[in-house]
Design a protein around this ligand. Structure first.
Ligand SMILES: NC(=O)c1ccc[n+]([C@@H]2O[C@H](COP(=O)([O-])OP(=O)(O)OC[C@H]3O[C@@H](n4cnc5c(N)ncnc54)[C@H](O)[C@@H]3O)[C@@H](O)[C@H]2O)c1
Length: 178
């Protein structure tokens, strides 16, 4: 028998989830994952996929609720509410990845709540051309700078603060340091 988790909001994709016959071998490892932008879409689907693996999740997003509202099952509830329904442990941290302190705080929240950080998923990102497609000479420089601070500096900060903690912590019982 196969159960399915709702996946990216606004899409028709689904992820296979644990069932009576398919028990992920790593489901008892409880790795700790910080996922940026996990309130919506790909980040949300990633959190649900990790729940199957028994991970504890810190969702670091600007917003608590999904960007995509509808009456469908896919968009029901927040990521953390849905995660907990499946028995997972998770917290939401309001974070803006363009602000390095915000990213560092999200990593520290994982350490405070769950004791460690094993995984960072630098998912939060923006695509200005999907909302406002225009020739490059018409793109305001502020739009470019916001994109860079989110998609580039935000990713750098996630790697920087998570890896700094991974180097300090004891290896996970699986043998992985992070
Ligand atoms: N959807 C696609 O087809 C696609 C294709 C290629 C790459 N990507 C990349 O995958 C990632 C996720 O895409 P998506 O379609 O799920 O995006 P989305 O816009 O549907 O969701 C992004 C989430 O990130 C959050 N977020 C945005 N800026 C943030 C910030 N500064 N700090 C913290 N959280 C922030 C939003 O609140 C939202 O919950 C992005 O980096 C995107 O560039 C997406």
């Amino acid at each position: 028998m196969m159960h399915w988790w709702p996946c990216a909001t606004g899409s028709t994709a689904y992820l296979p989830a644990a069932s009576a016959n398919i028990v992920p071998h790593s489901s008892d490892l409880h790795k700790v994952a910080v996922i940026t932008g996990a309130s919506s879409s790909i980040g949300r689907a990633t959190a649900f996929a990790y729940s199957v693996e028994g991970a504890h999740i810190v969702n670091a997003d600007l917003r608590e609720t999904t960007k995509y509202q509808s009456h469908s099952e896919e968009t029901r509830g927040t990521t953390h509410d849905r995660f907990r329904e499946n028995g997972g442990q998770t917290i939401f941290v309001q974070a803006d990845v363009t602000k390095r302190q915000s990213v560092e705080d999200a990593v520290q929240a994982a350490v405070k709540e769950f004791g460690r950080v094993d995984i960072v998923v630098n998912n939060a990102g923006i695509t200005f051309e999907s909302r406002d497609l225009r020739p490059v000479w018409d793109v305001p420089i502020e739009t470019w700078e916001t994109t860079q601070s989110t998609n580039s500096t935000g990713v750098f900060s996630g790697i920087k603060y998570a890896s700094a903690h991974m180097l300090k912590q004891d290896p996970h019982p699986s043998g992985d340091r992070g």
